[in-house]
Design a protein. Structure first.
Length: 118
């Protein structure tokens, strides 16, 4: 998994993340980052345990959101964003590790959004 080191030299700018998939996209922290990414042209997908108004808004903005967790949900993602609440045996996380995808903690995703801002 990607290191928690978020020094500027280690931060990948959001434009270099490719397609981004969020596990727990409906959560308050994850949904905000996903919303900003999709509004900035990033291809965003994600999964959540249940339907919600937040999930509906993300879909309206253009994100692809699946309910439930499955390795198939990753689709063509290049980067996976997780939070500390995600279990190590989550099938999407396990599949991302198997594929060798870039895996960022939520804080790393936020840093990617902010690295070029002044």
């Amino acid at each position: 998994m990607t290191s928690a080191n978020t020094s500027p030299a280690n931060i990948v700018p959001v434009g270099e993340l490719g397609a981004v998939h969020f596990i727990g996209i409906g959560g308050s922290g994850m949904s905000g980052i996903a919303r900003i990414m999709v509004m900035n042209g990033v291809e965003v997908s994600g999964s959540d345990a249940k339907e919600s108004n937040v999930v509906d808004v993300l879909r309206t903005l253009g994100a692809t959101v699946m309910i439930g967790h499955s390795a198939d949900n990753l689709g063509e993602a290049d980067t996976l964003v997780i939070s500390s609440a995600i279990r190590k045996d989550n099938p999407e996380l396990v599949e991302a590790q198997r594929r060798g995808l870039r895996i960022l903690h939520r804080s790393g995703a936020l840093a990617s959004l902010m690295v070029d801002r002044r």
